[in-house]
Write a protein that binds this ligand. Structure first.
Ligand code: PLP
Length: 452
């Protein structure tokens, strides 16, 4: 066993994400606690760092479901066969998670789900005799995945470099945050301009996170924007695709975040919490008119991936949905979310570097600002996001921060996404440790800004 506490690029055969980082070496997880190989216990406030492990670590019933299914049959290609776990999980998704949807396609993760959603939107138009429709309009400050097609769906130049030559020229609108557009009217005007520029008959879909995750934690546009978007869908005939890779499966207190938004998507992608970190799993759900276009048309949506709907991963998904249902965890998130937000707001209320604390269910976040005016984003070179994550680790809590200054729409932000099973005491401890982290970061930031 490799027991080194930290592993650096020059001491590993792994191709790490960042070659200058020394990665802590995780040994095991138990509930919402992580243990590193040097025996440090870290409270996980971001569900595995990527908003995934909604049930916590070491859940025996999920491990047992995986073991049983692996013993029976772990894998078969869904080009040739279907299987009981795939059939039952699809049924359960439509019964429990999204009764408004008609069909489900399983994939292995969020990027695959979004890319499949995009292909489905395109196919819907082609099969309906409108093959000129291909362009997508989406909010710029977003993250939809790391494949070339999904990378093109966000409008963040810094994220897209150096892959620009491979990315389709979709159109983007700025986010309607307090900083740029608090009412949502500028976003609607930008949407109108984008539709005009693309040519209304070429627009296939509007693609967005209904409630944003890491790119703008817990942010959702004002109601006016959603109502305006719905009007434009009716007028121009494009589809609305929701990326619920993070928000799906109860993260914001309802099975889908769409259930809190005054507009019904045509296609929804989920991921992360569907496999809960026990199997790579995602899904695309569509409404009946989307399915029927293909049913009436070519009768094939053949593009797929080797692991789509495999017995092992769908058996895990089924066990996850069972656990969410039998333990009433979506209701727990809905009921506990507002007081968790209050606690976080209260704990950060004295900070001069925190501007807005947002939250929906167990998806929370806050923005960091320059203490010299309480409003501007912090200087890029400070990289306050990394400062927060590193300090939090020292304080024994895992959070996820982003540093998108170079894209021009937002500054440093921190996201909290605790497991749904976190106890009240654990949630309070997370809040305390985050507040201690921010107090520490505030001192460092002020020092670096020259004693402001
Ligand atoms: N969409 C959102 C909102 C995400 O946060 C992510 C990943 O963080 C993805 C899509 C991509 O999912 P994956 O990394 O599973 O491909």
């Amino acid at each position: 066993m490799d027991v080194r506490a930290r592993i650096r690029a020059d001491g590993t055969s792994v191709f790490p994400r960042f070659l200058d980082l020394a990665y802590p070496n995780v040994d095991r997880g138990d509930g919402v606690w992580l243990t590193t190989t040097d025996g440090r216990r870290i409270l996980d406030a971001s569900s595995g760092g990527a908003m995934v492990t909604c049930l916590g670590y070491g859940v025996e019933e999920i491990a047992a479901a995986a073991q049983t299914q692996a013993g029976r049959i772990a894998y078969f290609y869904n080009h040739h066969f279907t299987s009981e776990p795939q059939e039952r999980l699809a049924e359960r998704m439509l019964d429990v998670v999204a009764p408004e949807m008609a069909r489900v396609r399983f994939v292995s993760g969020g990027s695959e789900a979004n890319e499949t959603a995009l292909q489905l939107a395109r196919l819907y138009h082609v099969e309906s005799g409108r093959s000129e429709r291909w362009r997508v309009i989406s909010p710029a400050q977003a993250y939809h995945g790391s494949t070339m097609a999904t990378l093109a769906l966000s409008g963040r130049p810094h994220l897209q470099e150096p892959y620009g030559p491979y990315l389709s020229p979709h159109l983007h609108i700025p986010p309607s945050t307090w900083r740029q557009d608090p009412t949502g009217s500028a976003a609607l005007e930008a949407l109108d301009r984008a539709i005009e520029r693309a040519g209304p008959d070429t627009v296939a879909a509007f693609f967005c996170e209904p409630i944003s995750a890491a790119a703008l934690p817990a942010y959702s546009p004002p109601e006016r924007f959603w109502l305006g978007l719905d009007e434009r869908r009716r007028e121009h005939g494009f589809l609305i695709c929701f990326d619920e890779v993070v928000t799906g499966m109860g993260r914001t207190g309802t099975w889908l975040a769409a259930h809190q938004i005054p507009i019904e998507p045509d296609i929804v992608a989920v991921g992360k919490t569907l496999g809960a970190g026990y199997a790579p799993l995602g899904a695309v759900l569509c409404r009946s008119h989307v399915y029927e276009a293909i049913e009436r048309g070519s009768r094939g949506f053949d593009l797929g991936h080797t692991w789509d709907g495999a017995p092992l991963s769908t058996a895990v998904g089924l066990a996850v949905v069972d656990a969410l249902q039998t333990r009433g965890l979506v209701a727990r998130v809905r009921e506990r979310g507002p007081s968790l937000l209050d606690e976080l707001r209260e704990a950060l209320s004295g900070s001069e570097i925190v501007k807005e604390v947002r939250g929906r269910g167990f998806l929370l976040g806050f923005e960091l600002v320059d203490p010299r005016d309480g409003e501007s984003v912090l200087p890029d070179e400070l990289d306050a996001a990394s400062l927060v994550d590193d300090t939090a680790f020292e304080q024994g809590v895992l959070v996820t921060s982003t540093h998108p200054q170079a894209d021009g729409f937002a500054g440093d932000q921190t996201l909290l996404a605790p497991a749904y099973v976190s106890s009240d005491q654990e949630l309070s401890q997370m809040v305390e440790r985050v507040a201690a982290t921010i107090a520490d970061v505030e001192r460092t930031v002020k020092q670096r800004l020259g004693g402001a």
